[in-house]
Design a protein around this ligand. Structure first.
Ligand SMILES: Nc1ncnc2c1ncn2[C@@H]1O[C@H](COP(=O)(O)OP(=O)(O)OP(=O)(O)O)[C@@H](O)[C@H]1O
Length: 259
């Protein structure tokens, strides 16, 4: 694997909703193994950008290119629908804020994890169940719950199950949209801790959207600060948070409650 080629290359990306700007003038690279946080207030364009990066939204201008497993870098807009779907099922993960958006609530926890494995060709029932059980363990869900449905799980367990479902195929890139946003503070800490460990163990590349700068500091190496659809500041997360250059970032940082 070449470390010299970015995994994701974003150039002059813009998304308009009619006359309204979702995001504009966005350019950056995401490197293999890097965790990049996109931060900013509500309405700053974080979700729009994440959806453009993950081929859920078509950009109005500019490009997002992805280095495929065969080494070729392709503009997402040039992918066929089948290629895009294949990426989403195998090479990419997407962790939603609301676990119900990323899980099948009426099938068992084991099947939720096994289904993603089947998408990459695993058919052997014993191995599917064993790997699913193994992944439940990795996200600290008791193996006895393998046949329970996520509708019977707590919010934190559902989110941990969604994480297992996403990571079981060893994706190269995981998108996360406020992964701890819907959880109680005490539950958030456990999920964050788990995420941090898994991201490090698996050497994942991650793009995470959050309005919570503490989450960004804990998980990311690099950070993009958005305001009004544009990037106002970018840099190593510790630098941005300890020495913010842009007045808007200074305001955001000043508004973090002292802990
Ligand atoms: N489907 C849509 N139709 C029209 N305008 C939209 C749509 N989605 C987002 N927008 C607009 O694009 C801008 C950016 O919104 P976006 O949801 O990307 O921001 P955000 O930073 O993710 O906010 P939040 O944290 O509240 O989700 C806003 O002005 C919003 O009103």
């Amino acid at each position: 694997m070449s470390a010299e080629t970015p995994l994701l290359t974003v150039r002059s990306l813009e998304k308009r909703y009619g006359a309204r700007i979702g995001c504009t003038g966005i350019s950056f690279d995401l490197w293999p193994g890097e965790v990049l946080a996109i931060v900013g207030e509500s309405g700053s364009g974080k979700t729009t950008l994440l959806h453009c990066l993950s081929a859920r939204l078509e950009p109005s201008a500019g490009s997002v290119s992805y280095r495929m497993r065969d080494g070729e870098t392709r503009d997402l807009a040039s992918l066929s629908e089948a290629e895009r779907r294949f990426l989403m099922r195998t090479d990419w993960g997407f962790v939603h804020q609301n676990p119900a958006d990323g899980l099948r609530m009426r099938v068992s926890a084991g099947a939720n994890v096994g289904e993603r494995l089947m998408a990459v060709g695993e058919r052997h029932y014993g191995r599917l169940r064993e790997t699913a059980g193994d992944w439940l363990g990795r996200v600290e869900i008791d193996a006895e719950r393998i046949d329970d449905r996520p509708s019977e799980f707590s919010g934190g367990m559902r989110q941990r199950l969604q994480i297992a479902r996403n990571l079981v195929t060893h994706p190269r890139l995981v998108f996360m949209d406020e992964p701890t946003g819907g959880l109680d503070v005490s539950v958030q800490a456990r999920v964050l801790d788990l995420l941090r460990g898994l991201v490090a163990d698996l050497g994942l590349s991650v793009v995470i959207v959050t309005h919570d700068l503490a989450v960004a500091r804990l998980l990311s190496q690099r950070m993009i600060v958005m305001r009004g659809g544009e990037i106002v500041e970018e840099g190593l997360s510790d630098r941005v948070l300890d020495d913010p250059h842009h007045p808007y970032t200074q305001l955001l940082v000043a508004s973090i409650p002292e802990s």
